[in-house]
Design a protein around this ligand. Sequence first.
Ligand SMILES: [Mg+2]
Length: 413
Amino acid sequence: MAGRVIFHIDMNSFYASVEQSHDPTLKGKAIAIAGNPKERRGIIVTCSYEARAHGIYTTMQVHEAKRKYPELILLPPNFERYRAASKAMFDILRSYTDLVEPVSIDEGYVDVTELAKDRHALELAEEIQQRMKSELDLPCSLGIAPNKFLAKTASDMKKPMGITILRKRDIQKKLWPLPVIEMHGIGESTAEKLKRLSIATIGDLAAANTGLIKEKMGKNGLRLQNRANGMDDRIVDPDSIYDTKSVGTSTTLPVDETDEENLKAIFRKLSEKVANRLEAKELAGPTVSIQTRSSEWQNRTRSITLRNTVWKRDDIFRNAWQLFTKHWNGEPLRLVGVTVSNVAKKGEMTEQLSIFNFQEHAKEEPILNLMSKLEKKFGKSVIIRGTRSQQTTSESETSFSKDFLDDHDHERK
Ligand SMILES: [Mg+2]
């Protein structure tokens, strides 16, 4: 681990910047992407720096934003456009080295240790930033540090178009005075816990009694304390994001089952088992799959990738059952299974989630329920034409927070 040079690259107000690059007349203007711009209670997902200057911020409600700055230009999200931009951005990074680890649609780590033997890391960072600007017309910030945690922290320090070097010897001055909530990896609940231990700043955490931290906060606490001391030996792993860890269970049925109510009860039970196992491991994942085997030994798997992660029984069951009723043709079944995949530790995952989640979740559900009722009553073809946009939200292809990775995946095969 000695002498590593890690970049963290973070695109600045990514969706808004992609829109401005797509339509240059939007440049220099206060624009915001809203889940549903026509909806008063819709939420601002991201906004340009020009909008921020007028007090607009992410999670603000549309009507509030409009009141604050009536000239604000509201746009609906265009996922395809963002995915394409994301791919282009990672392509640029991969033109330097294979050691690129995407973390989300607009940020990733690059291990440039080897490259930095021949050229100055700062000069390399400047070149990357310039290429993002000239080739993609997108602004980004870079952090340069000896490990991931410090690189991530550094890229946050200067936005937009910043480049920040953070060395271990800088942390005392730059990191320790900050409140713990500012630290990457610490959310509100952890900050609350630390507060009860009289730990308010990152410096307090760094200096805290290790035994106490371990006793009160477990392994995670120790990890955070290490980070507070500038230590982080995680490698830049290009494959980590493809790690399709999953938690699933299946059951062989005593008789070839055709009764929908019985199957429903079985799916509920399987969902509960999966939920218990996820809970025990503190895992959550965005992909729900079902497996079926017919009495003719036809194996089928169907899955849906959601914009949010699930871990609770009811959420798993609802999605599994929806998948099942959508695809089951009534054939007798011998085995059924339920799996949640792409799982990660709950705390780490929620931070990466897009703001789309809670807004869209609430809204889509009634629509999906209504649609499945309509489907049952009139058959599928009736509603596809009229409600296409809603229809696609239930399909795995449009899931957002992770599906940009498909593009990488194809590239890599
Ligand atoms: Mg960003």
